[in-house]
Design a protein around this ligand. Structure first.
Ligand SMILES: [Zn+2]
Ligand SMILES: [Zn+2]
Length: 390
């Protein structure tokens, strides 16, 4: 029985529906977060909204007081699911370290005399050019790749995630390139829901005061639940409201939470800032990049060489075509390798050295040309810079 990619996944993610949904390892917290939204809304609709309905009798407008938060809660829960159940922007792992780096680059400089024996001391960081400014990217030992700019390794999920913001324990998922928009909408919508329930509960107390012709205490005595809801929403507002404000600031200046903490410490300039409007446009109006992981694809074990008589782990490490595809994509992303390949005009050599099938390599090149192009600029700059150093 062929295994699918998600069944041999090395990160700590949990999968549902046969790999269609991907969660973080702490996905159980979604149920807690969801109930923290659902329970207060049910209490509100059942004990407060129900009475408020009759306060606005014309055209049955009062029913909107209950229907609106009900529909809005469904919207918030969908946003929660969109945030936590999709690939946040995981960079597929390499199955081998980037051989090109240390075989032909470093061994020359480290050991001298053009000795081309492999050396494991390949550079731990690379310089890439982003918007004309040199940015240092680090090598990830776990994923065996040079992280793209803004990418970071999540220690909870054990994956490298593009445009890594943070790992959110409330949604049980990394917040990154592919789910940041939904995360922000989730947090800001929760804030609006909080404000709504708070204001409507306050209105109910005011109506009770009028009806009983009493003070605030009369209202509180008549509906203690309204006070409990107001207190709950008040506390929640500090959290979700504060988070909304913080992320509005981050979006306006095109920073991630991770960068915000780092930049402050390093006093570095932000090379991604395109002006407030441009930054908002980037987050909310650009097409979300497709996932780079095909979780449901088969590992295609049939095309593999016979597995060595070692552990199952090493078998999983072996390159099936799917793995190769992922690896090639990675190589493109950290473009130095690929450009070196094209510059040296001995593609077949490299392919053979990496056990690649040339035709498959070509097809991969063709189908992923778009992904390559988007990274080529950086790669070119990188190579140009490396050459400049010599
Ligand atoms: Zn990593
Ligand atoms: Zn994570």
């Amino acid at each position: 029985m062929e295994k699918r990619i998600y069944e041999a996944w090395k990160g700590r993610n949990k999968f549902l529906l046969g790999g269609r949904l991907i969660f973080g390892p702490d996905a159980g917290s979604i149920l807690v977060s969801a109930s923290m939204i659902i329970v207060p809304v049910i209490i509100f609709c059942n004990f407060i909204g129900r009475h408020l309905v009759h306060e606005f009798p014309s055209y049955n407008a009062g029913y909107m007081i209950v229907v609106a938060p009900f529909l809005f809660t469904i919207y918030v829960l969908i946003l929660l699911l969109l945030t936590s159940s999709r690939d946040p922007g995981i960079v597929p792992r390499n199955t081998h370290p980037p051989e090109e780096e240390f075989r032909y680059e470093n061994s020359v400089s480290n050991e001298g005399g053009g000795n081309k024996t492999p050396s494991l001391q390949f550079p731990r960081t690379k310089e890439v050019i982003v918007n004309g400014v040199s940015v240092r990217v680090k090598y990830c030992d776990t994923c065996m790749l040079y992280r793209p700019p803004r990418c970071s390794h999540c220690s909870v999920c054990n994956n490298c995630v593009e445009r890594f913001d943070h790992h959110c324990p409330w949604v049980g998922q990394c917040i990154g390139l592919r789910n940041y928009r939904f995360f922000f909408l989730f947090v800001s919508s929760s804030t609006l829901l909080c404000i709504y329930v708070f204001c409507m509960s306050a209105l109910y107390i005011k109506i009770l005061m009028r009806n009983y012709d009493g003070t605030v205490w009369t209202g509180i005595r008549e509906s203690p639940l309204a006070v409990v809801l107001m207190a709950y929403c008040f506390i929640a507002l500090w959290f979700v409201g504060g988070l909304t404000g913080f992320h509005l600031y981050l979006i306006s200046s095109n920073q991630t939470t991770y960068e915000n903490f780092r930049y402050r410490a390093d006093n570095r300039i932000n090379v991604y800032d395109q002006g407030c409007a441009g930054n908002f446009k980037e987050i909310f109006c650009t097409k979300i990049k497709p996932s780079r992981n095909k979780f449901r694809a088969f590992m295609q074990e049939v095309h593999r060489p016979p597995p060595p008589a070692t552990s199952r782990e090493s078998g999983a490490e072996d390159s099936g075509p799917e793995d190769r595809r992922i690896k090639v994509e990675d190589d493109m992303d950290f473009g130095g390798d690929l450009l070196k390949i094209s510059q040296r005009h001995d593609v077949k050599d490299i392919i053979n050295s990496r056990h690649h099938n040339p035709s498959e390599f070509d097809s991969v090149l063709g189908s992923d040309r778009h992904a390559m192009n988007s990274n080529l600029h950086e790669s070119r700059n990188y190579v140009a810079q490396r050459q400049g150093y010599r």
